[in-house]
Design a protein around this ligand. Structure first.
Ligand code: PLP
Length: 404
């Protein structure tokens, strides 16, 4: 970016966060003096194994699970892939029908698409304009051959929180009649913001990734309720009770446990503080810039998320414009191999393609301040004005229509 003097405001915490100081401190010894392989029998290995055992038990305690129900993975993507493919592979004799939502992260969505090519049938539940599934539609979608329901707890683009407990209840009603259906929830965005008590939620499988709550990248876990059979995704060594091969990422595991512990401790206070900042930001943007729409639910969303569409300006242009002013955000749409794919999430909400491509996600974090909010709003107004002034479509409108 060149200019080192400008203020930096990071509003992309849903994409990733930095590693917290206390987390890094906890991890550091396991990169150097305590470098042992947790599978080795000598004392180096035993010390590494002890750290892994402690981390597993800390994580299990936070989600009210047993340590043996925690399986370490390389992150949220692997945990999601494993949950969906693992249940599909292990239970396909009972049925080949899966239910998910139309707004899942690609780690679940594309995994389901892959399974369709392998003979599975998938129902993608529609969502309302706030991004919430209809529980009646879930009930109606369950068939005698349904083996898995996978619904995310909180959406990564629009922050909508799904009624997971109620959805689990519907699935359990079928189970009481003798049908075994597993319930998986992607909690990658929910972790750190929502209580993840597996007994209370009633889920069988849950995915979490450390880098969303000030832990390291490339480490996550899958909670697998005792007794749930999963096909292995990774063949190799005998790690993770022989069903997920690969030398354990000891510093990662230690860092994730520490970050998860800190996130649980500060959750309530942080949610209140971040929620206020987000609300102030949204109020100011809606009041001071015309042609802006808030996507997703107003009430029922993650406290740190604001997803906004800006008429007549393409999202990538705004990201670059804001970046040059020191403000980091992301688009609501995925950009792949140079072509713009409108977000499947925004389209599922009924947002037209044109507007979906004019969308930004602002996601706040524990260190943001009121000053950051004011700075970001001012820079946003400047960038929006500049891009709208350059837009041929915008310039055809009567000039008095828009404030910025
Ligand atoms: N699921 C959701 C909801 C996410 O937001 C993400 C990452 O953004 C993932 C899964 C993938 O997690 P990871 O980056 O750890 O692979």
């Amino acid at each position: 970016m060149g200019n080192n003097d400008i203020k930096r405001v990071y509003l992309d915490c849903a994409a990733t966060t930095y590693v917290d100081g206390g987390v890094l401190e906890a991890m550091l010894p396991y990169f150097s003096e305590e470098f042992g392989n947790a599978n080795s029998l000598h004392s180096f290995g035993l010390r590494a194994e002890k750290a892994v055992v402690e981390a597993r038990s800390k994580i299990a305690g936070i989600i009210n699970a047993k340590p043996v129900e925690i399986y370490f993975t390389s992150g949220g993507t692997e945990a999601d892939n494993w949950a969906v493919k693992g249940v599909a592979g292990a239970h396909s004799k009972k049925g080949k029908h899966i239910i998910t939502s139309s707004v899942e992260h690609h780690a679940v969505f594309d995994t389901c698409k892959d399974l369709e090519k392998k003979g599975f049938e998938v129902t993608y539940l529609p969502v309302d304009k706030e991004g919430t599934i209809d529980l009646g539609a879930l009930k109606a979608a369950i068939r005698p051959d349904t083996i898995l329901v996978s619904i995310m707890y909180a959406n990564n683009e629009i922050g909508t929180v799904m009624p997971i407990k109620e959805a689990v209840k519907i699935v359990r009603e079928r189970q009481e009649k003798g049908q075994k259906i597993y319930f998986h929830t992607d909690c990658v965005q929910a972790a750190g913001a929502l209580e993840l008590n597996v007994a209370d939620l009633g889920v069988d499988l849950m995915s979490v990734s450390a880098h969303k709550f000030y832990g390291p990248k490339g480490i996550g876990f899958l909670y697998v309720k005792n007794g749930v059979k999963l096909e292995r995704l990774m063949t190799g060594g005998n790690q993770e009770r022989n069903i997920r091969g690969g030398t354990t990422n000891v510093p990662g595991v230690v860092g994730m446990a520490k970050a998860f512990e800190l996130a649980a401790q500060r959750m309530q206070k942080n949610n209140e503080r971040v929620g206020k900042l987000r609300d102030k930001f949204v109020e100011r943007v809606l009041a001071e810039i015309d042609g802006v729409y808030l996507n997703g639910s107003r009430a029922n969303r993650l406290p740190n998320n604001a997803n906004l569409s800006f008429e007549y300006i393409e999202g990538e242009g705004m990201v670059y414009g804001l970046d040059s002013e020191g403000v980091a955000v992301s688009t609501g749409s995925a950009c792949s191999s140079g072509s713009l794919d409108p977000s499947h999430v925004l389209l599922a909400l009924g947002i037209p393609v044109g507007l979906a491509n004019c969308t930004l996600r602002f996601s706040f974090g524990k260190d943001n301040t009121e000053e950051d909010v004011d700075y970001a709003v001012e820079k946003l107004k400047k960038v929006v004005k500049r891009l709208r002034d350059m837009s041929p479509l915008f310039n055809q409108l009567p000039s008095e229509k828009f404030k910025v």
